[in-house]
Design a protein around this ligand. Structure first.
Ligand SMILES: NC(=O)c1ccc[n+]([C@@H]2O[C@H](COP(=O)([O-])OP(=O)(O)OC[C@H]3O[C@@H](n4cnc5c(N)ncnc54)[C@H](O)[C@@H]3O)[C@@H](O)[C@H]2O)c1
Length: 334
């Protein structure tokens, strides 16, 4: 499948699980022109999904991500509890809570309906794809499709092959995802946490180490993070960053620094205490920081506002930005 020749209007996609991510994934697919069947596995989804998707579309229109009236996109969306509506889907994306038994029961309902050549994927954050695909009847057509919230704005997507996945089908999925405004990554060999979560959790672990051992406060760690990694990471990844700033220095630092980094395997006490006390973060105004209800709500809104802005910047600096500049310079010369 070459993304140039793909007509998204002819490719029906199903999304099962309409929580935070399921709704933004539906929005992304609708904006890309797909007919979408949104399955509500629990009754509450039937009352919340419609509002969430419509609001995402409205805001995306206001921000210029889509040109036509939001209603034009929403009319391609069916929200239902009836799995039989998934018939005819080329791809079904499972987006239910991170629980193996629940995901397994959902796969059975999906596979009872879809054709043998349809693809089935999971948005799991951390369950290995090779384990999930064992819960299905046709593991070779099963993949991880790991999105980042807000899915309709973020450029991030990982396509992950499990041990039994057919890599050729994974490549088709990778091509198709270019139609969704993504700069995707194809992970050809399964590994727990895939790419970004492995990188991010290494950083989270060191952040806890610094705070729990009194080297810095939560605020200090966050400030350093925002103004160092946060400054360059939308332009380049870690390897290009080392190229940009001089490789030998990293080589020298690694020798002395690596042995001092935290490599503990237990969950840090700081996060354990918050979770045991019911803290969820801004969702219930209880996390690493103290929030009033109003502050928590404003953080959610500010994150959304920032997401649109950083997307605009990311679009100006795609991964091949320099290649594009060279091509433009050549064209000017000739
Ligand atoms: N939140 C994120 O930033 C993020 C990022 C990447 C991946 N993910 C993954 O996406 C998936 C969904 O996460 P979310 O943040 O949308 O969660 P959520 O809590 O907002 O939504 C979970 C959804 O799961 C479904 N569900 C709940 N109980 C169920 C049950 N008993 N039977 C069947 N379905 C049930 C419902 O549709 C519910 O809306 C998870 O696997 C999560 O790890 C989340």
């Amino acid at each position: 499948m070459n993304s140039e020749n793909i007509n998204t209007a002819e490719i029906k996609i199903g999304v099962v699980g309409l929580g935070l991510m399921g709704c933004s994934i539906c929005t992304c697919l609708l904006m890309a022109g797909h007919p979408v069947v949104a399955i509500a596995p629990i009754p509450v989804d039937m009352t919340t999904a419609d509002k969430r998707i419509k609001e995402h579309l409205r805001k995306s229109h206001e921000e210029g991500l889509i040109k036509s009236d939001p209603g034009e996109y929403f009319k391609n969306c069916i929200i239902t509890e009836d799995y039989s509506e998934l018939k005819g889907c080329y791809l079904v994306i499972e987006c239910t809570i991170e629980n193996l038994d629940i995901k397994k029961s959902v796969y059975k309902k999906i596979e009872d309906v879809i054709a043998a050549d349809s693809l089935l994927v999971s948005n799991t954050s951390a369950i290995p794809i090779s384990i999930l695909q064992e819960q299905t009847s046709l593991p070779e057509r099963f993949f991880g499709l790991h999105w980042a919230e807000p899915s309709h704005i973020s450029r991030f997507l990982e396509v992950i092959c499990g041990d039994k996945s057919d890599v050729t089908l994974g490549e088709s999925l990778y091509e198709l995802s270019h139609k969704w405004g993504k700069e995707p990554t194809l992970v050809r060999k399964d590994i727990r946490g895939f790419i970004t979560n492995r990188l991010m959790y290494a950083m989270y672990r060191e952040a806890f180490n610094l705070v729990e051992n009194g080297y810095a406060t939560v605020e200090d760690v966050d400030r350093a993070c925002r103004n160092n990694a946060g400054y360059w990471m939308t332009l380049v990844g870690v390897f290009r960053w080392m190229d940009l700033t001089g490789v030998p220095a990293y080589h020298t630092v690694m020798k002395d620094l690596f042995p001092t980094l935290n490599n503990k395997t237990e969950v840090p006490k700081l996060i354990d205490d918050i979770v045991k006390n019911g803290g969820k973060g801004v969702a219930n105004a209880q996390g690493f920081y103290d929030y009033t209800e109003e502050e928590a709500k404003l953080w959610e809104e500010t994150f959304m506002e920032f997401s649109y802005e950083i997307r605009r910047l990311a679009l100006k600096y795609p991964a091949d930005v320099v290649k594009k500049k060279l091509k433009a310079a050549e064209q000017t010369k000739s």
